[in-house]
Design a protein around this ligand. Structure first.
Ligand code: R5P
Length: 295
């Protein structure tokens, strides 16, 4: 008889992992990541993993700090006899460095993919930032399952906003905005964005007069510095339009980005729980559970 899979949670995903294990009727694994005073890490896996499949759920925001311990976890599990190790990274980092933007730069999305592919046997993720890469298979050599939070976001919008006007801040956001527009039957606009630096962003807003009675809803995959959203909020303010609701899949919120966006005047800030954050209002649990059951 095959032994049942076991769910592990690494890095700020305990709540989602517990709910996932409960939904799937699986055991939740016990592990300790101990950091020594010199900042080296040792992983101890207390549950029996021999001959078992592992589902490893992890928040991979701030990936540099988590990367090595994550790989040590995979190696430790393999050494203890684990069979297939599936990495569930609802937010997949490093996807935006998908070309050499400046001479001498590395393409870290490729290197990160190579690293994860050599430690894990499969990957499940939600709305990775696919822009110049068209599929994860171009850089990941392990099988990957790509899930979309668009339907969940559309449901939230339909339940909470009367006449939404969906606004995507840049060309990349078209993929999310178009799908949400299709589910909600709401009109949408895509803006043109120019990023001049980590925290310098410019966006152009087309004519909004047609949508006088609509509630602007900004939709993007990631909020990191929040400059993209803040710039758009400011433009709408200048045009005397209603304050927009800002929605993103992944709540990265670097430094004080969340407070900055609140201060800029967003009517509400809504995210999914791919990364735990006070703005989480859309739960991806069912999406993950269904995909695991289908596999
Ligand atoms: C980039 O193309 C992404 O889709 C987001 O627009 C971007 O990552 C948001 O970054 P920030 O919050 O730093 O403006």
């Amino acid at each position: 008889m095959t032994k049942a899979a076991i769910v592990f949670s690494l890095f700020r995903t305990d709540k989602l992992a517990e709910e996932l294990a409960q939904t799937l009727g699986l055991e939740i694994g016990s592990l300790v990541l101990h950091q020594f005073p010199d900042k080296e890490t040792v992983v101890t896996i207390n549950s029996s993993v021999n001959d078992r499949d592992l589902l490893v759920l992890t928040d991979l925001s701030d990936p540099n700090a988590k990367g090595l311990p994550l790989l040590y976890f995979a190696d430790t599990a393999k050494a203890l006899g684990a069979k297939k190790i599936t990495l569930i990274a609802p937010y997949l980092p490093y996807m935006r460095q998908d070309k050499q933007f400046h001479p001498g730069e590395g393409i870290t999305s490729r290197y990160f993919a190579k690293l994860l592919s050599s430690y894990f046997d499969a990957l499940i993720t939600i709305d990775p930032h696919l822009h110049r890469w068209h599929s994860l298979d171009e850089i990941y050599s392990i099988p990957s399952t790509l899930l979309h939070a668009t339907q969940l976001i559309a449901r939230w919008i339909s339940t909470n906003i009367k006449m939404p006007l969906l606004i995507g801040p840049d060309a990349e956001s078209l993929q999310w905005v178009k799908e949400i527009a299709c589910f909600t039957k709401a009109p949408y606009l895509i803006l043109e964005k120019t990023r001049r630096g980590d925290k310098q962003v410019e966006v152009t807003i087309p004519d909004l007069d047609l949508y006088e009675h609509h509630q602007p809803v900004l939709v993007d995959d990631i909020i990191s510095t929040a400059r993209t959203m803040i710039e758009t909020v400011n433009h709408l303010k200048e045009l005397k339009k209603p304050a927009p609701v800002c929605i993103a899949v992944h709540a990265l919120f670097a430094d004080a980005a969340y407070q900055d966006l609140q201060k800029a005047g967003a009517a509400a800030i809504i995210t999914t729980n791919t990364i735990e954050h006070p703005s989480n209002q859309i739960n991806v649990l069912k999406l993950l559970a269904e995909s695991i059951l289908d596999n």
